[in-house]
Design a protein around this ligand. Structure first.
Ligand SMILES: [Zn+2]
Length: 331
């Protein structure tokens, strides 16, 4: 009987997967994954190697990644020294997938930290996002020419959304007086955003996250805050906020909020897609840089998150104490 159930189970699995032979596409990071979903719709199967909330600069490939890449027909990569781990992963997986550079035709910014290398964060400029979408669309048409019309249609309506987003960001940032347009973040991910939308960037770390902050970096930022009198600094969803919190505390300014740079957020976050990520970043930056001491809404938010930490710490201490007591009783 058990055997029969098993056989039936496998037959039904086969029936379910029959006709679902969609092209398998793999993106290295979640922004690219989201764009591929927008252009490919339900005509493709697409997954991201680095998960939501993961740091693509520091990603360490897993056996799951090797399987994913091995089964793919198309790999979408950012390039510009973003995915230092990818070539080895592709080689080890033995995949025959075609690899496409989604930044083809993007005008890259030189990395300020690393000589002869480019700043990878090109998606932060929506016009580059449009270039990504075009490269993805072209790659999908080549992969599944029978669906060309659908890909073209999806692409056209996505471009319209991106044009509206680009306008929205310009309009919103114009609310900030010129002298206050200074964005201080954890790592240097906003140079493309700054170049397009007219905002000066300062970060603790360089264009990658694989370095330690130096005392000189902190000193430089303290100086910038003092000179510019910016009211807020910003933390990032994929990076430990410790140093920035210290910086804010030392200068008696606020944490303006959390920005998404190297990953979109999950379904429950304010940034579950590429478009929403840039919209959320913009709203957060505008609100933070227009912050005035009399406005306590931002500080309240920060206090709440501190309370969570305190609650977590107390819970750990309580459980720890409980376990020690149980162990003693058992002895
Ligand atoms: Zn980055």
């Amino acid at each position: 009987m058990k055997k029969l159930t098993l056989i039936l189970f496998f037959i039904s699995l086969n029936i379910l997967s029959f006709g679902q032979d969609k092209p398998k596409v793999v993106a290295t990071a979640t922004m690219i994954w989201d764009m591929a979903k927008a252009v490919g719709g339900d005509l493709i199967e697409v997954e991201s190697i680095v998960p939501i909330g993961g740091d693509p600069h520091l990603h360490e490939p897993t056996p799951r990644d090797a399987k994913l890449v091995a089964s793919a027909q198309l790999i979408l990569k950012n390039g510009l020294t973003f995915e230092g781990w990818l070539d080895e992963l592709i080689e080890n997986s033995g995949t025959e997938a075609k690899t496409i550079l989604v930044t083809k035709d993007v005008n890259p910014i030189k990395s300020l930290t690393y000589e002869n290398s480019a700043d990878p964060h090109a998606w932060m400029d929506v016009r580059n996002g449009m270039v990504y979408a075009k490269n993805i669309k072209d790659a999908l048409v080549e992969l599944a020419p029978a669906n060309k019309k659908e890909f073209e249609d999806n692409y056209q309506s996505y471009i319209k959304e991106l044009e509206a987003l680009d306008e929205y960001i310009i309009e919103q940032l114009n609310k900030i007086p010129k002298e206050k347009r200074i964005l201080i973040t954890s790592h240097d991910a906003f140079q493309y955003y700054g170049r397009r939308y007219g905002i000066q960037l300062e970060a603790i770390l360089g264009t990658s996250t694989d370095a330690e902050a130096q005392t000189s970096d902190i000193r430089r930022l303290n100086q910038v805050i003092r000179d510019s009198k910016v009211p807020a600094v910003f933390i990032e969803s994929t990076i430990n906020p410790k140093l920035l919190k210290q910086l804010a505390k030392d200068n008696d300014i606020v944490i303006g909020g959390e920005l998404y740079a190297d990953s979109i957020g999950d379904e429950d976050s304010p940034a579950p897609s590429y478009i929403e990520m840039l919209r959320h970043n913009t709203d957060t930056i505008v609100k933070g840089l227009l912050y005035e001491k009399t406005d306590d809404s931002i500080e309240k938010e920060n206090e709440e998150s501190t309370n969570y930490w305190l609650f977590g710490l107390l819970a750990v201490l309580f459980i720890g104490g409980f376990l020690i007591v149980v162990r003693r009783l058992n002895n």
